[in-house]
Design a protein around this ligand. Structure first.
Ligand SMILES: [Zn+2]
Length: 193
């Protein structure tokens, strides 16, 4: 899922021994007939992986992803109606929150009115997921913060599946020679949607 920012080739995982005790995992661009890369880019693995997980979870909760999904859903007649219902219900929730903020309704009234609307929104998301090619993404959207809280408890397979659902690939830009830590600008995620 990582590509070389110099030549565009896929990066490969490699462990190089820094000292006898410490092996540092890296991603490297490999040259030669088997790999075809430029062989001139390397990056330490762990900070890149941490950064990408962080970016993926933030992406799940971002307005950008919601917008992209809503835009795609509008293209299909099956999902257009559900998407319109979600927008209308989201507007209702905003209105209710406004009434509560103004003191026009009590907290109890607010919550009583809010719960069925939230359930309806969740159900509509599930219905869209069932008919959409982006189903996995629909099921994950909005769950970034809760996933973050239990990320380490998820299996590696589940972690990979989540990252793959959101991220198409990431380009690793060339680094500065002698840099001690990863420059976050080197990691450029390309989202699936
Ligand atoms: Zn390269």
């Amino acid at each position: 899922m990582l590509r070389c920012g110099k030549c565009g080739n896929t990066l490969f995982a490699a462990a190089r021994s820094e000292t006898k005790e410490r092996r540092v995992r890296r991603y490297v661009c490999l040259a030669g007939p088997d790999h075809g890369g430029c062989g001139r880019l390397t990056v330490v693995a762990v900070p890149v992986e941490d950064l990408l997980v962080d970016a993926v979870l933030a992406r799940l909760d971002s307005p950008g992803l919601r917008k992209a999904l809503a835009g795609k859903a509008k293209e299909s007649p099956d999902t257009a109606k559900l998407t319109a219902e979600i927008s209308a219900d989201t507007a209702r929730l905003d209105e209710l929150a406004g009434l509560y903020a103004d003191g026009a309704v009590t907290a109890r009234e607010w919550m009583t009115a809010r719960n069925p609307i939230e359930e309806r929104i969740q159900r509509a998301h599930k219905d869209i997921a069932a008919v959409s090619t982006d189903g996995a993404l629909y099921e994950l959207v909005g769950t970034g913060e809760s996933l973050r809280g239990r990320w380490d408890e998820l299996s590696i397979d589940r972690q990979h599946a989540i990252v793959k659902t959101v991220l198409d690939h990431a380009v690793i830009a060339p680094g500065t020679v002698g840099a001690r830590s990863l420059d976050i600008n080197r990691v450029q995620p390309q989202w699936r949607l």
